[in-house]
Design a protein around this ligand. Structure first.
Ligand code: NAD
Length: 691
């Protein structure tokens, strides 16, 4: 397919990028661009050249699928195309509408003139992939916008509306009507008036007090960049634009780019980027499967989850019928929803008028009859099979034929599609779409579409205890508890895992969620399976009235009104007593051992989940952990982390833990898939399923 069209329009060559969906600058398009330029320059009838994009806009930048493949560097690479444009004998005019990002913007910056259009979205978002613009963006943008605005764009990756840049030297003209016509007019004028080629590289960049400015920028950026090296590298690249001649600045930009490209942080962020795109494809459901229209949704239960789910839906503009059994529960639910919006009102991200509009989308009711015309019903009532069964029985009677019934259950197998939201549902991006034995393909496709409408990341999970996330969490929690038994204290385990990058250690999470839930569950299990030991030191904390933050004490203690965890000698005493009762002699446990046990417990269970076909691909498991459980993005998720570490190393560590006296051998023995991949020198990423 031809990725570029060439049309001569009254002495102007129009080179139209045609590589849907966003005209990414893949190898074929780059070749076509160079050929188009050569043709235009060789044709005596052509006086000027206009570059314009078809479809979504100018260009979304590099083709990320080429990263790390020979195609990325294959002649002509982006920098070569840029050199060709800048050196073109005839003036090149970029006509910028729609998306103009990354390499796309770098291409435009190399043109001699730029004509903008309203509504274009301008960005250098490379930093979000742990990179910096590596084709001159850090050298050219400051020459047009000034150092500070350019650095802000480069180090944040933020998207700026073209209207905001309309009066800057980035644009030589701004289209009022048709972009191409405006660009053609500009091109004809440029050639008629013999305008000189304006090369951005030739612009002078004078910055008074540059040294002080960059020192300030380094300090500021360092403070917010955390473990990510890219933002600081952006500062260095822009500093080079000021301090060095253009070509040496370019060279430094290149060196910084190459270093970042090889960094584990960038590899992880690029993995996450691709994982998010892969997750929406379901292996046996074609992408063009027709979806059922969802114009109105019923939510059953206005508790913690029902309220958050309702907010996610109305935020996306979907009307919701919110049903409860009692008026006071309904009132409470609505009051909670209103209260949850207060933060957004205070921050100014939402105003009273749009809040009123959103709330008006909710029809609160106690009457099932109002659910007659909904297209989807999401159940979020108490976690009880009996209650849920009754709800679905009633729903079956009232909702119309073809409406989708879904449950937010965390554990029950209900034979309807599961839409497992995470708390707080209006905030958390993760949605596990649980595929039952009888879930129709179009229902799955509809759920995936709905998730996109709500701005969530959906991951398909098969049915099993805990689905993907909580099934792994159970192993992680058990590993953390084992460490306490072995000799560690909660604060030590939390500190080690937070140092690794987890948003919060498991014991802090326990205090936040409430320890009484697990306590009640273990009591139920113990009654169900007499003779089995479900005991946990948390039971003793609960016996002492320590349910977590809500009682001011759990694994930690809390000052009134504060969420700051304070290690508590009383907890140490409870733990020591518990160990004594179990006949355990504690030993010293190091941070490395803590991280290894907890993270490899996740990996081992992830391998089982993958082998069982519960998850479609290892990157889906990563997304679950990144978006639902606070796993650090710069490590790419547990499965990617294991791949990077080397699976043989993971296997060796697991085997050594399994061999220790008192270990749960079944849990710590490497999963068969993990053992096999390690032996073959393979990775989880390369695993394409057992079928
Ligand atoms: P909750 O107790 O806060 O809310 C349940 C609500 O359902 C209550 O308001 C109750 O009045 C209402 N209700 C009970 N029976 C009803 C009926 N027959 N008809 C209509 N409404 C009824 O509970 P929650 O935390 O929101 O959990 C709800 C579901 O979501 C459970 O299945 C739970 O496992 C699941 N879930 C919870 C979380 C979480 O973190 N809390 C996360 C994911 C999934």
């Amino acid at each position: 397919m031809n990725k570029l069209s060439f049309e001569a329009r009254d002495g102007v060559a129009v080179l139209k990028l045609d590589n849907p969906p966003v005209n990414s600058l893949g190898h074929e398009l780059r070749e076509a661009l160079v050929a188009g330029l050569e043709r235009a320059n060789a044709d005596p009838a052509i006086q000027a050249i206009v570059l314009i994009g078809s479809g979504a806009g100018f260009s979304g930048g590099a083709d990320i699928r080429e990263f790390g493949t020979p195609k990325a560097a294959a002649y002509p690479d982006l920098r070569t195309v840029i050199t060709e444009i800048e050196g073109s004998i005839k003036p090149v005019i970029a006509a910028i509408g729609g998306v103009c990002m990354g390499g796309g913007l770098e291409l435009a910056l190399a043109c001699h003139y730029r004509v903008g259009a309203p509504g274009a979205r301008i960005a250098l978002p490379e930093v979000k992939l742990g990179l910096l613009p590596g084709a001159g963006g850090t050298q050219r943008l400051p020459r047009l916008l000034g150092v500070e605005p350019a650095l802000n764009m480069i180090a944040s990756g933020a998207t700026i509306a073209s209207e905001k840049l309309r009066d800057t030297p980035l644009f030589d003209a701004f289209a009022d009507g048709d972009l191409l016509e405006s660009a053609l007019r500009f091109a004809r004028r440029a050639s008629a008036e013999g305008l000189e080629h304006k090369r951005v590289r030739d612009l002078k960049l004078d910055v008074p007090n540059a040294e002080a400015f960059f020192q300030f920028a380094r300090n500021t950026v360092k403070a917010v960049a955390g473990p990510y090296p890219a933002p600081l590298a952006c500062v260095e690249a822009v500093a080079a634009a000021v301090e060095k001649p253009f070509d040496l600045g370019l060279k430094q930009e290149r060196e910084l780019f190459t270093t970042l490209m090889l960094s584990p942080e960038s590899a992880a962020l690029r993995h996450v980027f691709q994982a998010e795109r892969a997750a929406s494809h379901i292996l046996d459901v074609p992408d063009d499967t027709p979806v059922r229209p969802i114009a109105k949704v019923g939510v059953i239960g206005a508790g913690t989850m029902g309220g958050g789910i309702t907010m996610s839906l109305i935020n996306a503009g979907l009307p919701v019928v919110l049903l409860e059994t009692k008026q006071d529960a309904l009132d409470r639910g609505l009051a909670n929803i209103r209260r949850n919006y207060q933060g957004a009102l205070r921050k100014g991200t939402l105003n009273e008028a749009s809040l009123a509009q959103r709330l008006a989308l909710i029809t609160p009711t106690l009457d099932y009859a109002l659910l007659r015309d909904v297209d989807l019903c999401i159940e979020a009532v108490f976690e009880s099979m009996e209650v849920k069964r009754q709800v679905f029985q009633t729903l079956d009677e009232v909702v119309r034929q073809g409406a989708i019934l879904a449950s937010n259950t965390s554990a029950l197998n209900l034979d309807v599609i599961g839409l497992h939201f995470f708390s707080p549902a209006n905030v958390m991006r993760l949605l596990e779409v649980v595929r039952g034995a009888k879930t129709a393909k179009d229902v799955l496709a509809t759920a995936m579409r709905l998730s996109k409408t709500m701005g969530k990341i959906a991951v398909v999970s098969g049915v099993c205890d805990g689905f993907i996330g909580n099934r792994m969490l159970a192993r992680y929690g058990a590993a953390a508890h084992d460490l306490i038994m072995t000799g560690a204290l909660p604060q030590q385990v939390d500190a080690a895992l937070q140092e690794f990058g987890m948003a919060m250690g498991p014991f802090r999470v326990g205090d936040l969620a409430g320890l009484d839930i697990g306590w009640a569950l273990r009591k139920r299990r113990a009654a169900e399976f007499p003779g089995r030991d479900f005991s946990n030191v948390a039971d003793d904390l609960c016996e002492a009235g320590r349910f977590g933050q809500k009682t001011g004490a759990g694994w930690y203690r809390y000052e009134a009104g504060s969420r700051h965890p304070i290690p508590d000698p009383k907890v140490t005493a409870i733990i020591e007593e518990y160990r004594r009762q179990k006949g355990i002699t504690p030993r010293k446990v190091g941070s490395e051992e803590i991280v290894e046990r907890c993270i490899y417990a996740l990996v081992n269970e992830g391998a089982r989940i993958l082998e069982d076909g519960i998850a479609q691909r290892s990157s889906d498991i990563d997304l679950v952990y990144l978006n639902g459980y606070g796993f650090p993005a710069y490590r790419g998720g547990p499965m990617f982390f294991a791949d990077q570490t080397g699976l043989h190393q993971v296997v060796r560590a697991l085997k050594s833990i399994a061999a220790q006296p008192g270990s749960d051998v079944g849990a710590w023995t490497p999963a068969p898939l993990l053992a096999r991949l390690a032996q073959q020198g393979q990775t989880f990423s390369g695993f394409k399923g057992t079928a």
